[in-house]
Design a protein around this ligand. Structure first.
Ligand SMILES: [Zn+2]
Length: 153
């Protein structure tokens, strides 16, 4: 399995060859395996950002117990997501599937309180799992300023 990881400290894309049962690059111990990160994706090439993996390490450390990871990575067209999804960038994790609601709430609240992720989906939208992602707050392209009155025309 080829894994590409953007390292913000060197501004370089790093290449790794890993098996499904190996830990993801930058994963502490075996917090996150390649298999968990890949989920149901059929892709043999995966990509992510070092900061996303490190955010998951932090959440896992704070929680202090294994966290079930349903999946993280999706290729466009692999279904289940809107046109723009952080899963396509390898920056999002859908976790805590099948765990008791109390534990899921604990994980969600730890993520909200400690701000290691940029976005935590509210429980009302993802009642049976927890979606967290490390999206970049800055747009890749400058946004055009369109006044509300113009936008409505
Ligand atoms: Zn998600």
């Amino acid at each position: 399995m080829r894994i590409l990881v953007y390292n913000h400290l060197t501004n370089k894309m790093e290449k790794y060859d890993r098996n499904l049962n190996d830990p993801m690059p930058y994963s502490k111990d075996r917090y996150l395996t390649v298999k968990e990160f890949r989920g149901s994706s059929k892709s043999d090439v995966l990509w992510t950002d070092r900061r996303a993996i490190e955010a998951f390490n932090k959440l896992r450390n704070l929680y202090g117990k294994p966290i079930k990871v349903g999946y993280a990575f999706k290729r466009i067209g692999e279904g289940g997501h809107a046109g723009m999804s952080q899963h396509y960038a390898g920056q999002a994790f859908d976790i805590a599937q099948g765990m008791p609601k109390l534990e899921r709430d604990k994980i969600r609240n730890l993520a909200i309180k400690n701000k290691m992720f940029t976005y935590v989906e509210p429980a009302s939208l993802t009642p049976t799992w927890v979606h967290v992602d490390k999206r970049d707050k800055n747009p890749a392209c400058p946004t055009r300023r369109v006044s509300i009155s113009k936008a409505r025309q």
